[in-house]
Design a protein around this ligand. Structure first.
Ligand SMILES: [Fe+2]
Ligand SMILES: [Fe+2]
Length: 220
């Protein structure tokens, strides 16, 4: 069993919904990409929360190097790979058509800015845990729980409001432009090499995560 088998039930994502709009299948590759990234993020956070919850219950330190790798992955993946797709491409297109969603889009953009400080808080708690051992574990787990709830609510707002609006209001020209950027192999932000690097790191995390969350063993 591995990380993707252990996700708790989640709402149906935009990319999984059927539609009566004949334009949909040709025009929503960008939404499929974003939803796939949301699923991966949800799985990773679920894995990390479960590892820390069990470690605290067992009064046993988790593999702190693994926690460090997850934080590094989130810092890089979100700020360099996922958020730019939304803030530079999807959100402006929705904003042009749906002025009534301006407040929601403003809120989502300001939430993107809060991810860095939230992850810095987790990293500080990780360093405390390295120094203090088990005495610092509760603070680390608490920081991860608070960030996970925040991030899941953020994705829920995107999946629940922005992506349905995009499906309804974006024109063929909007989708052509967005999809071309998302699928480009030339742009270093969206290209194959970057995707491969993140997939490699994700696979390494899963390989190191203790069973049943991944393929690794508990630290001795
Ligand atoms: Fe976002
Ligand atoms: Fe997102």
């Amino acid at each position: 069993m591995y990380v993707n088998d252990l996700r708790p039930p989640r709402p149906t994502l935009e990319s999984e919904k059927t539609t009566t709009n004949g334009r949909e299948s040709a025009m929503s590759e960008a939404l499929r990409v974003i939803s796939r990234e949301h699923r991966n993020l949800f799985a990773l956070l679920s894995c990390l929360r479960a590892i820390l919850r069990e470690a605290e219950a067992d009064k046993e330190l988790p593999d702190l190097g693994l926690v460090d790798s997850v934080i590094s992955y989130l810092e890089n993946y979100l700020n360099r790979f996922h958020h730019p797709k939304e803030t530079q491409h999807l959100f402006p297109a929705v904003r042009r058509h749906r002025g009534d969603l301006g407040t929601v889009l403003d809120e989502l953009e300001s939430q993107h800015e809060m991810v860095g400080p939230s992850l810095a808080t987790i990293r500080d708690a990780l360093e405390d845990c390295r120094r203090e051992g088990l005495g610092g574990l509760h603070k680390l787990r608490d920081a991860v729980e608070r960030y996970s709830e925040f991030e899941i609510a953020h994705m829920g707002l995107e999946e629940g409001q922005v992506m349905p609006a995009a499906r309804e209001c974006l024109s063929a020209a909007d989708w052509d432009s967005i999809d071309a950027t998302f699928l480009s192999n030339d742009d270093p932000l969206f290209g194959d090499e970057q995707k491969k690097a993140y997939r490699r790191l994700f696979s390494e995390i899963v390989a190191r995560a203790p069973a049943p969350h991944g393929f690794g063993g508990r630290p001795s």
